[in-house]
Design a protein around this ligand. Structure first.
Ligand code: URA
Length: 208
């Protein structure tokens, strides 16, 4: 059976620890820690890169234009935002929305690892290169990785796709590709019959 963690003290403790985190330089410039949002018992978890300006101000992931597109992609497969869990590789905004640095990812990845372990989703969708390369150590870029269904940690299926910001900036095909990837998510969710009590698939992940 999937663990129920919504009210779990461990999940709240993890959140409290992240909210007070000063492990990297981003603690000095953030307005809010953006821990994550949604249903901690969700079967689907989405992992983005890092909070942007709006997310930093509001303390919630994907509240800007990229978030609207994400909501649209989810509703396209019949899922509401509140039914999933949304987190990021980094919990604090890199100033000026620069790329996350390696030491910042190293400092932060334990939170993501614990979130995934406690939420224990059936499907993890990585949004863009940073999330994908952290969770599936690979040199292969997102353009080639997207849409693949990877047997991953704890028996979950990991499906990489583009970052929604890429669809907002890029050719219409990027959004069409993302729609296709979300259709794959729906398919896997529909067929996810995780056999109770079976050993989890243990693959290498970049979070340890
Ligand atoms: N981009 C991300 O990767 N995450 C957010 O929360 C917002 C924008």
């Amino acid at each position: 059976m999937r663990p129920v963690v919504a009210s779990s003290p461990a999940f709240l403790e993890l959140r409290d620890a992240a909210m007070a985190c000063t492990a990297c330089r981003l603690a000095e410039t953030r307005t809010n820690v953006v821990f994550g949002v949604g249903d901690p018992d969700a079967r689907l978890m989405l992992v983005g890169e890092a909070p942007g300006r709006n997310e930093d101000l509001q303390g919630e992931p994907f509240v800007g234009a990229a978030g609207q597109l994400l909501d649209e992609l989810l509703s396209g497969i019949g899922i509401a935002r509140g039914e999933v869990y949304i987190g990021n590789v980094l919990k604090c905004r890199p100033p000026g929305n620069r790329d996350p640095r390696e030491d910042e990812i190293d400092s932060c990845k334990g939170y993501l690892r614990s979130q995934i372990r406690m939420i224990h989703p059936d499907v993890v969708v990585t949004l863009g290169n940073f999330a994908t390369k952290l969770l599936v150590p690979t040199e292969v870029g997102i353009t080639r990785m997207r849409g693949s269904r990877i047997d991953w940690w704890l028996g979950a299926t990991l499906i990489p796709t583009f970052h929604p910001a890429a669809a907002l900036r890029g050719r219409p095909q990027v959004k069409a590709d993302m729609e296709q990837d979300f259709a794959a998510v729906a398919e896997v969710l529909a067929s996810a019959a995780r056999s109770e009590g079976s050993d989890p698939v243990q693959t290498t992940i970049g979070l340890s």
